[in-house]
Design a protein around this ligand. Structure first.
Ligand code: GAR
Length: 199
């Protein structure tokens, strides 16, 4: 099975979805290791599922680029074919993308290119959009700017808060991300300019 590294900073519910899908009998991938950059529930998810855990914190390194290089080496030691950022709240650096560029997939809780960044759900809600959604895309050096692999719409309700809306988006993300990763590891991706297509 194709080894995947999943990177997370939060509750790790997208991570749990990937672990569950990777554990299915017919799955083409498995979660080989989990990377976190802070103390978070995703660490418990790793322990509970008996999956190797790498904790690589910026604060434990001299600066951001030292952290970037250390993270790159630790992930390279696992030898993943694909890396998935699932609620990983740090921008990946040049060393990491130099090594894994084109093989890093991110899930974002908005319909890119609208509302990129760390507060996509709240910003969409504050803007007053009537639909938002989930985007799975390849990671490049920008913030949520890489080629889009898949998107799914989520309708905004009048009484939504950022939390209720985010929870509905995450319900969509958990399935969409696992579906896209399954397709990617099986069929790869064709890039044509900005456009990505899973054949
Ligand atoms: C997901 O909605 C993911 O798209 C988002 O964090 C959540 C993680 O949920 N990521 C970003 O906003 C990155 N900019 P989880 O911790 O329950 O898996």
């Amino acid at each position: 099975r194709t080894p995947l590294v999943v990177m997370a900073s939060g509750t790790g519910s997208l991570l749990e979805s990937l672990i569950a899908r990777g554990g299915a009998e017919d799955s083409p991938f498995r979660v080989a290791a989990i990377v976190v950059d802070r103390v978070c529930r995703a660490q418990e998810v790793a322990q509970r599922n008996d999956i190797p855990l790498i904790t690589c914190r910026v604060a434990d390194h001299a600066d951001r680029s030292t952290w970037d290089r250390a993270l790159t080496e630790q992930v390279a030691a696992i030898g993943p074919e694909w890396v998935v950022t699932a609620g990983f709240m740090k921008i990946l650096g040049p060393a990491f993308l130099g090594r894994f560029g084109g093989r890093v997939v991110n899930s974002h809780p908005a319909l890119l290119p609208a509302f990129p960044g760390a507060h996509g759900v709240a910003e969409a809600l504050d803007y007053g959009v009537k639909v938002t959604g989930a985007t799975v895309h390849l990671v490049d050096e920008g913030v949520d700017t890489g080629p889009i692999l898949a998107q799914q719409v989520v309708t905004v309700d009048d009484d939504d808060t950022a939390d209720t809306l985010h929870e509905r988006i995450k319900t969509v993300e958990r399935v969409l991300l696992a579906d896209v990763v399954t397709a990617l590891v099986t069929r790869g991706v064709v890039i044509d300019g900005r456009k990505a297509r899973i054949p």
